[in-house]
Design a protein around this ligand. Structure first.
Ligand SMILES: Nc1ncnc2c1ncn2[C@@H]1O[C@H](COP(=O)(O)OP(=O)(O)OP(=O)(O)O)[C@@H](O)[C@H]1O
Length: 526
């Protein structure tokens, strides 16, 4: 305002040119004067935060740099975990959860050493003694910090990464999680967005669509694999302690083979055995997925129904077909046997010569084939293509080990595992089916022995262990009507979804993330 008066005064002594007159008029108007007056009074105020006075002992301290940080804490945690440094005994920040108050402030970093919280010294304190200090504070929380020696490193994993867990996780049931509140609960099959993989044991992730919120800890692939192997050894220990100790000895001794030649034979045997375990046991951890947006002109995804013999795969497939024959289709198998009178070529079977069949085997045109009473039978890729070309959803019923033939972006299989219920329910439902079936149909109902029920459950378990990572959906076939309803609704949901989450390996088989983190079981795992 004062400047304005000076300006007007200066102009008055000028030669009163038109522009000068106009300017003096402008700045002398009452609203302009009021505006300047408000500006001046605001400008005179001090809006800078008042920092607490520097404590007296700071100057005497022999520490290089000390930082005082004030954070405002709501009822929510600050979003950081702490640990005790093993060598120095100091309390340090172990992790900063992305999106939490500590992260947003940008003032606290992983590796920072915490000296004080609200004036209370943390010297000789354990993390569980520090946590109550934070739990009971709300509002301003003051930290005295020795900043970590900054390496200036940025996260190397800037690419957006999505994982589908192949197991359920509840931190409340995990004794190994460093902080239960900081961990994420998730279910098998959900999509998680990975925020940080910098830590080898605990990654940070959000549920899909929650990326604005604070991230949570999830066990890394390596950690979960290790836990599963330990669990397996524990089970082996209980069931057959001799073999388990041989396995453990194999693990230990394989590191010392070169030195102790007298152990060589036993260790080699243990190693063979342990390699056997690794071959048959595929730890279900995570699979990297990417979004796929289906165009209305795209072919439908192939639906592969798998399960142990007798569980009800054919029954569910039959019900789906009857429920909507224009929408669902099944493949016509190939065979080398003679056509029977009532059969139609291309409807019941494609009848081909042995020579043709064997040529197709050599050309890898079969997803699955076998011999029965000197005749070949098989499902070929051509028959799948035919159903899909008709614009139908092709229902394929194969052994899970054969899915690899169609596990590509061309077929984008949606794999449903049909699982038997607990043995009591299995007995009950199958016997009830036999009972309620009328006389006419009685021959078509399969009668199961107790041994067959047990086999069914055993082979379901083996299938889950070996191929569980391929299953998109698990349907427990107890009550057939319930199982069918669930299957139909699930397939409808998948078809109608705007976005489908498919394995990254279908689209980018040599993605850099895979190369960096692949652990070998199956391409696409990270
Ligand atoms: N939930 C159920 N409750 C009662 N009976 C069932 C149920 N599911 C299937 N069944 C009956 O069990 C028998 C075997 O079912 P299905 O033929 O579908 O087995 P599958 O999985 O195709 O096995 P396979 O490959 O050996 O033929 C059939 O008689 C079927 O009607």
């Amino acid at each position: 305002l004062f400047l304005c008066f000076q300006l007007a005064e200066g102009l008055i002594y000028q030669s009163w040119r038109d522009e000068a007159k106009e300017l003096v008029d402008l700045v002398s108007k009452p609203h302009f004067m009021s505006f300047l007056f408000v500006h001046d009074s605001v400008a005179q105020r001090d809006f800078e935060p008042t920092l607490p006075p520097i404590p007296d002992d700071v100057l005497d301290s022999d520490e290089d740099t000390v930082k005082y940080v004030s954070l405002y804490k709501t009822k929510e945690p600050l979003g950081a975990t702490i640990k005790r440094d093993r060598s120095t005994g100091a309390i340090v920040v172990a992790r900063i959860m992305r999106g939490g108050a500590a992260d947003k402030s940008g003032l606290i970093h992983e590796g920072d050493e915490l000296k004080e919280v609200n004036g209370v010294s943390l010297e000789h304190k354990k993390p569980n003694e520090v946590l109550p200090l934070l739990d009971c504070s709300q509002g301003e929380v003051k930290f005295k910090i020795i900043p970590a020696s900054s390496s200036g490193e940025m996260s190397p994993h800037k690419k957006k990464m999505f994982l589908r867990p192949l197991f359920d996780y509840d931190p409340l049931e995990d004794p190994a999680v460093p902080c239960k509140d900081a961990a994420l609960v998730f279910k098998r099959g959900e999509v998680l967005q990975i925020v940080s993989m910098e830590d080898d044991t605990w990654w940070q992730a959000c549920h899909l669509g929650d990326s604005g919120t604070r991230a949570g800890l999830i066990p890394s692939k390596q950690l979960h694999e290790r836990l599963l192997i330990l669990l397996l050894i524990n089970i082996l220990m209980t069931l057959c302690p001799n073999i388990a100790s041989l396995f453990l000895a194999g693990l230990r001794r394989s590191f010392r083979l070169g030195r102790k030649s007298s152990w060589a034979r036993e260790a080699a045997r243990a190693k063979r055995w342990s390699t056997g375990i690794h071959r048959t046991f595929t730890a279900p951890t995570y699979i990297e997925v990417i979004p796929h947006y289906r165009n209305s002109t795209d072919r439908h995804r192939l639906v592969a129904l798998v399960g142990p013999s007798g569980v009800g795969v054919s029954e569910l497939k039959r019900r789906l077909l009857i429920s909507d024959p224009d929408h669902y289709g099944v493949t016509v198998p190939y065979t080398t046997r003679e056509k029977r009178k009532q059969e139609k070529d291309g409807v019941d079977y494609h009848f081909v010569s042995i020579h043709m069949f064997e040529e197709d085997i050599l050309n890898q045109r079969f997803i699955e084939y076998g011999r029965h009473k000197a005749h070949y039978y098989g499902t070929s890729l051509d028959s799948v293509n035919r159903v899909m070309a008709e614009g139908k959803v092709c229902l394929l019923d194969v052994h899970p080990s054969k899915i690899k033939h169609v596990y590509t972006s061309e077929y984008k299989p949606y794999v449903v595992f049909v699982k038997p219920p607990r043995i009591e329910e299995l007995r009950l439902t199958r016997r009830r089916a036999k009972f309620i079936c009328d006389e006419e149909n009685k021959n078509s109902v399969r009668i199961f022995s107790e041994e067959q029920f047990e086999d069914m459950i055993d082979s379901a378990e083996t299938m889950e262990n070996q191929c569980g990572h391929l299953f998109d959906k698990v349907i427990v076939n107890g009550d057939i009507a319930v199982a069918f309803r669930e299957l139909k609704a699930d397939l409808k949901r998948v078809e109608e979804a705007d976005v489908q989450w498919i394995p990254a390996e279908w689209i980018c088989p040599s993605s850099p993330t895979k190369a960096r983190r692949s652990c070998g079981y199956l391409g696409g795992w990270i």
